[in-house]
Design a protein around this ligand. Structure first.
Ligand SMILES: Nc1ncnc2c1ncn2[C@@H]1O[C@H](COP(=O)(O)OP(=O)(O)OP(=O)(O)O)[C@@H](O)[C@H]1O
Ligand SMILES: [Mg+2]
Length: 213
């Protein structure tokens, strides 16, 4: 599903990704780990076509994340490490998401409810005025509503309270069959029972890649 060959990405002279080779298949549920600055987010962003890389290639189901950006992004549900600076209010954001991706607002509200975020109570608030955890919950609810083959989460639970974290993992477990799940995390114990492959990065390289069940 995702094939990465000899991928290198430099910022100035620093190699944030250094000759990465990785194949990810349907059914892979990956915990991607490594120290701060190891290159995890850079790898995720490269898969999403946010960066022009310096060397190597990425193929997503045969498509190129930069040349075929629109189709690639349609295949992927993504929640970023830091919420993006969205200037819309919650209503406008939901309208936008529903028009651009065909997701039903009703479905987003259901997932939000399961995460204990009441959308109707917050519908007029601007996205940026939501609390950190509320933003994360809204983005997660949208991502769960989008029926895509690939789910990529970059530390999605960082801002969630313990109850919301449990809710999130429970819902995700019910919705991740026959998909690719790529989960960037520093808390392996949280994702242990929903992942089947552990990948560690260090200094832009993959230093270990093990199947765990
Ligand atoms: N847009 C950018 N411009 C310049 N340098 C960058 C940029 N993005 C990442 N880097 C550098 O690339 C390296 C890897 O960063 P990255 O964000 O991929 O790490 P990470 O593994 O996600 O770390 P964390 O666990 O802290 O999120 C770091 O040295 C970082 O400073
Ligand atoms: Mg990161």
């Amino acid at each position: 599903m995702i094939q990465i060959k000899n991928l290198t990405k430099k910022f100035d002279n620093h190699k944030s990704l250094d000759d990465i080779n990785l194949n990810i298949n349907i059914g892979d549920s990956i915990a991607l780990m490594g120290a701060n600055g190891a290159g995890k987010t850079t790898l995720v962003r490269s898969i999403l076509g946010f960066y022009h890389t310096d060397n190597g290639s990425i193929s997503i189901d045969g498509l190129d994340p930069i040349k075929d950006r629109v189709e690639v992004l349609q295949k992927i549900s993504f929640v970023p490490q830091l919420p993006p600076p969205i200037k819309l209010n919650v209503y406008e954001l939901l309208e936008y998401v529903s028009k651009s991706s065909g997701i039903e607002i009703k479905t987003i509200k259901q997932f939000a409810n399961e995460l204990k975020l009441n959308i109707d109570e917050n519908i007029k608030k601007s996205f940026f005025s939501l609390s950190g955890g509320m933003k994360q919950k809204l983005l997660i609810a949208i991502s769960l509503s989008k029926k895509s083959d690939i789910i990529i989460y970059d530390e999605p639970t960082a801002n969630l309270d313990p109850k919301a974290r449990d809710d999130f993992y429970r819902i995700l477990k019910q919705n991740n069959d026959n998909k690719v799940l790529l989960f960037v995390t520093h808390r392996i114990e949280e994702v242990q029972n929903m992942t089947n492959r552990k990948i560690y990065m260090d200094m832009g390289k993959i230093v270990s890649d093990e199947i765990t069940d």
